[in-house]
Design a protein around this ligand. Sequence first.
Ligand code: SF4
Length: 76
Amino acid sequence: MAVGDISEGFDSLYNSEKSLRFMEESVDKPEECLNCSYYKLCRGGCRRWRDVYGGGLGVSFLCEGYKKFSPTAKAG
Ligand code: SF4
């Protein structure tokens, strides 16, 4: 998802409707994330990875990988 055109300047990108919506949608996390023991490490992942197939916001596409990696990160 492109949020704007860099040739129009950084401020126009940062303040574009798409950019603001992206940031707003990043705040709300799925219930599964809020109850996840790895949330402090992952924080639900990037909003970008929560709608990879265009089916709406859900758990991150990378969730399974985060859960495999996180026990290692906690131990290290
Ligand atoms: S590991 Fe998965 S369920 Fe847990 S916070 Fe990250 S994305 Fe959410």
